[in-house]
Design a protein around this ligand. Structure first.
Ligand code: AMP
Length: 402
């Protein structure tokens, strides 16, 4: 069976077609500038050159219409007719407390996701637009929703309750939810395979270090804590997000800088993080280059970032009373050789000994700790789309999901 994976943003959309009989990626693509001038689709059939088509796409339905044309294209397509697509898997950001695993999309599920819009006002609406468009264009094809929050629903209350009046949790759902769940789950499963140990027997710390970044503590396959919270703003320092700060800074900053709520939000989400500290870039490659040239603020940004990751690793080792492996993934986690080195450096007393030679690797599943490291350190490239396709396939074929 072939599965179409759709990840809809407000003006962009990523897609892949995977053949789930052997989990092979057949094609992938990106639609950008939906509803704007210069809408463009970039499509790539595995093993062939990319092709780009600039064509007006006024909304998500038009965009998905072009995706369906691209995947059926005579030269660049991977199917002859839409009948070959057995199911569609949608990435949906927020399921609140409603779902702790992926689900078949029914009218009831759709309604539940609409109810979650206040929790993710920027993300859930475009995700739902993608579902609407597919429903109209391929009404008979089953669809599955895979949530960023679902994997973290196993957190115990002491991890997810904020110390604010309890009624705000009851009335408004203000609690920690966590994000990047699909990625944390995928790399945890891969790590168990690489170590050849059942996930049920492992304590893992998974570090998803990309432009957005989060760390999770996974005990016996269940997430027991994660660094992102009510929104993806909490936790690690990120490319442009502040991560943890004293909440009193928000009101103080608004007062002294005369900022309205929207501006304050924008500063914390888009102008902070390593960009805010360095004043140079949110991209770690630029920061490493600037730091190598002696730029002090770039050096500081990298140090603050690493400090926070180490802080969470230490906290999660304490929370789980030990750890078997630390897993690095996402853009920086997979490619940032120096950053992994700095994060893991001088943690020998905790049982973490990185191997500087094995660590010189990018984007490839590798154990990068020394033989005598009690806690293994593993690099695992993430693959959220494969995870979405797997859940989708397992649900529509009745195998079910964990
Ligand atoms: P993601 O959000 O997972 O796509 O990750 C994007 C981040 O990964 C960016 O901040 C990049 O700077 C970082 N990244 C990608 N490649 C490298 C690399 N070779 N060295 C350091 N950082 C990298």
């Amino acid at each position: 069976m072939k599965v179409l994976v759709i990840n809809c943003g407000s003006s962009s959309l990523k897609y892949q077609v995977l053949d789930m009989t052997n989990e092979v990626l057949e094609c992938k693509g990106l639609v950008e500038r939906i509803g704007m001038d210069g809408s463009v689709i970039t499509h790539e059939k595995t093993g062939m050159d990319k092709f780009k088509l600039v064509v007006p796409m006024e909304d998500h339905k038009a965009a998905i219409g072009h995706v369906l044309m691209a995947i059926q294209d005579e030269n660049h397509g991977v199917i002859k007719s839409m009948d070959e697509i057995g199911a569609v898997g949608h990435r949906v950001v927020h399921a609140g407390e409603k779902y702790d695993k992926s689900v078949l999309i029914t009218d009831e599920v759709y309604k539940a996701l609409e109810e979650c819009i206040p929790l993710a006002p920027l993300h859930n609406p475009p995700n739902l637009l993608g579902i609407d468009a597919c429903k109209q264009l391929m009404p008979k094809t089953p669809m599955v929703a895979v949530f960023d929050t679902a994997f973290h629903q196993t957190m115990p209350p002491e991890s997810y309750i904020y110390a604010i009046p309890y009624e705000y949790y009851e009335k408004h759902g203000i609690r920690r939810y966590g994000f990047h769940g699909t990625s944390h789950k995928y790399v945890a499963e891969r790590a168990a395979d690489i170590l050849n140990v059942s996930l049920d027997d492992l304590k893992l710390i998974t570090c998803h270090l990309g432009n957005g970044a989060s760390v999770s503590a996974i005990k016996r396959g269940k997430c027991i804590d994660t660094s992102m919270g009510f929104t993806p703003l909490e936790g690690l320092v990120m490319g442009t997000r502040s991560g943890d700060i004293d909440p009193a800074i928000v009101t103080y900053m608004r007062e002294v800088e005369n900022l309205d709520q929207g501006k304050a939000n924008e500063i914390l989400n888009k102008k902070s993080g390593v960009l805010g500290i360095s004043g140079i870039s949110s991209d770690f490659r630029d920061l490493e280059e600037a730091a190598a040239d002696g730029n002090e603020r770039a050096m500081l940004a990298l140090k603050v970032f690493a400090h926070k990751v180490r802080f969470y690793i230490g906290a999660y080792i304490a929370e789980m009373n030990g750890c078997d492996a630390i897993v690095f993934t996402a853009g920086l986690g997979e490619n940032g050789i120096d950053m992994r080195d700095v994060i893991c450096n001088d943690l020998g007393n905790l049982g973490i000994k990185i191997d500087v030679v094995k660590n010189k690797v990018r984007g490839k599943e590798t154990i990068i700790s020394r033989e005598d490291s009690k806690i293994k350190v593993i690099l695992v490239p993430t693959n959220e789309e494969l995870m979405i396709a797997r859940d989708t396939y397992n649900i529509v074929t009745g195998k079910g999901v964990k």
